[in-house]
Design a protein around this ligand. Sequence first.
Ligand code: AMP
Length: 288
Amino acid sequence: MEKVSEEKPNSKGRLPTWTLQDFEIGKPLGRGKFGRVYLAREKKHKYIVALKVIFKQQLEKHNLHYQLRREIEIQSNLSHPNVLQIFGWFHDDERIFLILEYAARGELFKELRDLKYLSEKHAATYIASFARALAYCHEKNVIHRDIKPENLLLDLEGRLKIADFGWSVQSRTKRHTMCGTLDYLAPEIVENKAHDYTVDNWTLGILCYELLYGVPPFETESQVNTCKRIIKVDLNFPSTPHVSAEGKDLIRKLLVKDALKRLSLQRIVEHPWIVNNADPSGICNEGH
Ligand code: AMP
């Protein structure tokens, strides 16, 4: 939906920009920290999108407007089937509007809540998609650093979409305040040590566990105890028959305290559990 492709530059030589009048606004899809997300249809091409509305006052209050601009630029340059696309943005006096690819099935974690846990085929398809998308981003020197499960969305066909790229400061605050959980943090972050892109590989291990068992591996009633379990890598597997030895092997190879020893993204997609279970199309219709 490239507006620029059919339009000519205006008298100032600038390409035309979007305005709110270009869209019909539909139902609200969700609420974030700085505004709301609505279903919307671009009037001319009848293209369905998600319109994210961010209040400038809120952004400025948290001093995040420069960060938003940078992140929009980064995300606009990414093109991968598992990275949520930004088509463009515009603003009025009070608000910034992001025109986003519509993820019709919403949050992956809503699906997990409904199904309680996922089958190995279902989980492996998401993990493979996630690993490929991260490998693509790392290749482009884009490091998410702070992927949060609530930022994983699903399109109509069940394809995983990573959203909110690089909103690291905002999304971490969001998770702590919204959910009061530290479950996805890597030990080096909990211990406040230097960390790099290998935290993403840890995150994949936590996600894989939670998708298969319905709960994150180091969950406790208190944040202090969760931190202790993360630092010790106190990993246990419930004795459920639906998870194979290969699935547990992959999780064990990702939840490794020494960041350098975590399985690389390339080796994740070559792991037998992924090869034997993930749907190569990346599409998941189980439970639908
Ligand atoms: P956010 O402000 O990005 O945290 O979004 C708030 C909520 O809106 C999310 O948790 C989703 O449920 C929903 N949402 C955000 N972006 C999209 C999208 N592109 N397509 C569908 N739903 C979305």
